[in-house]
Design a protein around this ligand. Structure first.
Ligand code: FAD
Ligand code: NAI
Length: 463
């Protein structure tokens, strides 16, 4: 490998990096991916999106059988979770996808080097003992968990999501710090398996990035499912009493105590750039440590680009992937582009939360006059027939020209229902366009159409 020369070297084999590499290879470039782990797929495949969704699916199935089988005329006896089998299923899914990515890179004739990469100059990258020459460098090194200084990870009791997707027994009492995407998803997983879960959150709402009405409804539904919430509570540390670990928090001047077998800390992630040699090259980073790029993913050093979690913007796999594609196309002289205003955001709980564009509150903050249309899942035939009556769709449109500004959904399959809303917004669609799009009957998609109709008081199945 010594003295190899590439058109593009991608550092990081996560969704940003490997997707950029594939698109670049499709465009005729000679590409290498350097990944320090023995597996490709990054955070998303190995400890993020995919393992968490496998656990969410298996535990939702278990929960549904436990709570809905009888009312659907199904008699189940001796139901219990088999944690090792559940983890095996999750691991098999991850393995299959790891092999899939490996095969894709091979088919696209991309060189994969498993080593820690260090950038020596804008045209040279060190990978282990080899120095590789290149015309362009793409940094896609992702992110890592944030550790609270007074709540250090010990891998046993105080853990991150990396550990919480792989517990080897079902903990009795779990305290989750942070009611964001990870807290709600992993809190749901373990609560469904029987753990007593309390989520402690600094802010007054769960799922803070969503519309207030949606996050309030989510909180109410999750509470009904058995998850406890302590909102507006500032975590202060841990102590031990009679061999029990206790998380402490402060709320309205009072100290709260939460005994726990496991404390899952999920208070966000931070960009990962250690060992890359950015300091030597003078590559600019912001106060949060994110690599600063322009709208063509260029860093301040010519020939070096950055995409994904290591840069500004939502830390989402599809954001990283879209940036990877756009960047490869820009390097090829094409007009690669990411529409940041319509990146969908999903939390994969039951019900799911999904949004695109801006919320009612954000629209008002921006001084926009809006029209709102809402439709409850409880008024949808398919939802009722499939035990999915909890939820609502909220459509936000500009009062002046009817342009869709945002769609917020809480309900079964919200992650899929948001896709047509994203497409309408991509084409600059109006609420009327959404209202006139035919949805098959009976489908949950009818809720989206009805919410758009409700904007002008025309919903058919709601008063
Ligand atoms: P990463 O996936 O982090 O990949 C970066 C890669 O770079 C890693 O493989 C790393 O080993 C490698 N690397 C770093 N430094 C070097 C170096 N010097 N040399 C060589 N290699 C290096 N997002 C969603 O959109 N949907 C979800 O459902 C979702 N669920 C999540 C659940 C959890 C529990 C977590 C933690 C995250 C989740 N995310 C989800 C976020 C998603 O995983 C990230 O946004 C995404 O992985 C970012 O992709 P990336 O390519 O930028 O970085
Ligand atoms: P997050 O940013 O989604 O949520 C963190 C929560 O922790 C916030 O509500 C915050 O107010 C709270 N918090 C911060 N400090 C706190 C403290 N000291 N005490 C109590 N609460 C505190 O971060 P999370 O859940 O760790 O996820 C990290 C990233 O991974 C997210 O940015 C998200 O984009 C991505 N992710 C995406 C998923 C998805 O798309 N479904 C699933 C899981 C993760």
């Amino acid at each position: 490998m010594t003295n190899s020369t590439f058109d593009i070297i991608v550092i990081g084999g996560g969704p940003g990096g490997y997707v950029a590499a594939i698109r670049a290879a499709q465009l005729g470039f000679k590409v290498a991916v350097i990944e320090k782990h023995s597996n490709l797929g990054g955070t998303c495949l190995n400890v993020g999106c995919i393992p968490s969704k496998a656990l969410l699916y298996s535990t939702e199935l278990y929960h549904t059988i436990a709570h809905k089988a009888a009312s659907n005329g199904i008699i189940v006896k001796g139901l219990s979770p088999d944690l090792p089998a559940l983890m095996t299923k999750k691991n098999q899914v991850v393995d299959q996808l790891r092999n899939g990515i490996k095969a894709l890179l091979k088919a696209n004739k991309i060189d994969v080097i498993h080593a820690s990469a260090q950038i020596i100059s804008p045209t040279q990258v060190k990978a282990g003992n080899n120095v590789l020459n290149t015309k362009n460098i793409i940094i896609a090194t992702g992110s890592q968990v944030i550790e609270l200084p007074f709540l250090k990870f010990d891998g046993k009791i105080v853990v991150s999501s990396d550990d919480a997707i792989a517990f080897d027994s079902i903990p009795e009492k779990i305290v989750v710090v942070g009611a964001g995407a990870i807290g709600l998803e992993l809190g749901s997983v373990w609560s469904r398996l029987g753990s007593d879960v309390t989520i402690v959150e600094l802010l007054p709402r769960v799922a803070i990035t969503f519309d207030h009405e949606i996050s309030k409804m989510a909180e109410r539904i999750f509470k009904k499912q058995g998850i406890k919430f302590e909102l507006d509570a500032k975590v202060t540390g841990i102590k031990t009493k009679a061999k029990t670990t206790i998380l402490t928090a402060e709320k309205a001047g009072k100290e709260l105590e939460f005994p726990a077998d496991k404390i899952i800390v999920c208070v966000g992630r931070k960009p990962f750039t250690e060992g890359l040699g950015l300091e030597n090259l003078g590559i600019e980073r912001d106060k949060q440590g994110r690599i600063v790029t322009d709208n063509h993913f260029k860093t301040n050093v010519p020939g070096i680009f950055a995409i994904g979690d290591v840069t500004d913007g939502p830390m989402l796999a599809h954001k990283a992937e879209e940036e990877g594609v756009a960047l490869a196309e820009l390097i090829a002289g094409k007009s690669g582009h990411v529409n940041y205003t319509i990146i969908p955001n999903v939390i994969y709980t039951d019900p799911e939360l999904a949004s695109v564009g801006i919320s009612e509150q954000e629209a008002k903050e921006q001084g926009l006059q809006v029209k709102i249309g809402k439709f409850p899942f409880a008024a949808n035939g398919r939802a009722l027939a499939s035990d999915a009556s909890e939820g609502m769709v909220k459509v936000i449109a500009d009062a002046k020209n009817d342009k869709l500004l945002g769609v917020q959904i809480i309900g079964r399959h919200a992650s899929e229902l948001i896709a047509p809303a994203v497409a309408h917004m991509e084409y600059g669609g109006s609420a009327e366009d959404l209202a006139r799009t035919i949805a098959a009957h009976p489908t949950l998609a009818e809720t989206l159409k009805e919410a758009a109709l409700a904007l002008d008081g025309r919903a058919i199945h709601a008063i």
